[in-house]
Write a protein that binds this ligand. Structure first.
Ligand code: HEC
Ligand code: HEC
Ligand code: HEC
Ligand code: HEC
Length: 165
């Protein structure tokens, strides 16, 4: 009987640990985990890598001009782990963490990569981060490269038409 309740306890603790790990804000790296970059993830997850390549997440940094790539208020959603220890710092220092890579959604992966099979799921955020951390209805989706909005572009076209007259 004693052994049984002990087992139940251990099982519950296991579940609680898992829940805590997954609830932790993604990107807040668990003390030891560091960012590896997508090349490492690709080694074991070729399928997910292939689908990722088809999404603009894989080229998100190119939406920003060279100037914008220096602005924290722009890069934070267009790169991996911005503001986190071991995350993206700048195009000079950490070019390998540009774009919205696996770890931008699943969290820093070094513990996961090293983990034995039985620990794999516990060491990564399988559910991924809340898309709304970056996708807000208040992000201007019509923004054009160089920070111009659709509206501004239209104004310019109007101006050009005026000039042409
Ligand atoms: C050495 C091989 C290996 C590497 C490298 C690796 N993974 Fe995994 N990963 C696995 C295995 C194996 C599983 C499946 C575990 C299972 O099904 O129990 C897994 C599962 C996952 C899952 C699903 C977890 C879940 O809850 O279902 C995610 C997400 C994931 N990996 C992300 C990553 C990311 C991001 C990277 C790069 C930082 C990465 N992996 C690198 C082997 C690896
Ligand atoms: C770290 C920030 C971040 C997170 C988290 C994020 N996204 Fe994105 N997403 C972006 C950025 C930046 C772009 C625009 C990239 C570009 O157009 O160059 C984008 C583009 C997209 C697009 C349109 C482009 C395409 O690939 O065709 C879709 C769809 C999308 N995201 C879905 C999602 C979903 C679903 C989630 C949650 C599972 C998510 N995103 C989480 C930053 C993020
Ligand atoms: C809160 C997160 C966030 C911030 C901060 C942010 N972006 Fe984005 N950006 C996104 C997301 C998400 C998308 C994709 C929108 C979609 O396709 O639904 C996007 C898309 C874009 C696009 C369109 C890319 C394309 O393929 O058409 C450009 C250009 C862009 N952002 C530039 C900027 C600039 C410039 C800044 C800084 C002033 C900035 N972003 C700051 C999240 C962000
Ligand atoms: C924009 C956020 C985002 C990015 C970027 C992303 N993932 Fe995921 N990933 C998710 C979400 C959300 C799920 C959960 C899907 C579900 O539960 O149906 C997931 C599921 C997974 C799984 C579980 C098995 C499966 O296919 O559902 C693995 C493994 C995985 N991702 C690996 C990766 C790897 C490797 C990369 C980079 C090459 C990556 N992910 C990039 C959001 C992301």
């Amino acid at each position: 009987m004693k052994t049984k309740s002990l087992l139940v306890c251990v099982a519950l603790l296991g579940v609680a640990g898992l829940v805590v790990a997954q609830d932790a804000p993604i990107g807040t790296k668990p003390a030891e985990a560091t960012y590896l970059g997508v090349a490492k993830c690709k080694m074991c997850h070729a399928k997910q890598h292939a689908t990722w390549l088809k999404m603009k997440h894989s080229t998100a940094i190119t939406a920003l001009s060279a100037e914008e790539q220096k602005k924290p208020e722009c890069v934070k959603c267009h790169v991996t782990g911005y503001g986190m220890t071991g995350g993206f710092e700048s195009m000079e220092k950490t070019p390998e963490l540009a774009n919205v890579q696996c770890e931008a959604c699943h969290g820093a992966g070094s513990n996961h990569m090293k983990a034995p099979m039985a620990e794999k799921k516990k060491t990564i955020n399988g559910a991924g981060r809340d898309c709304r951390d970056c996708h807000s209805p208040h992000v201007d989706v019509n923004r054009k490269k160089g920070g111009e909005t659709e509206e501004k572009t239209e104004e310019k076209t109007e101006e050009k038409k005026e000039e042409a007259k």
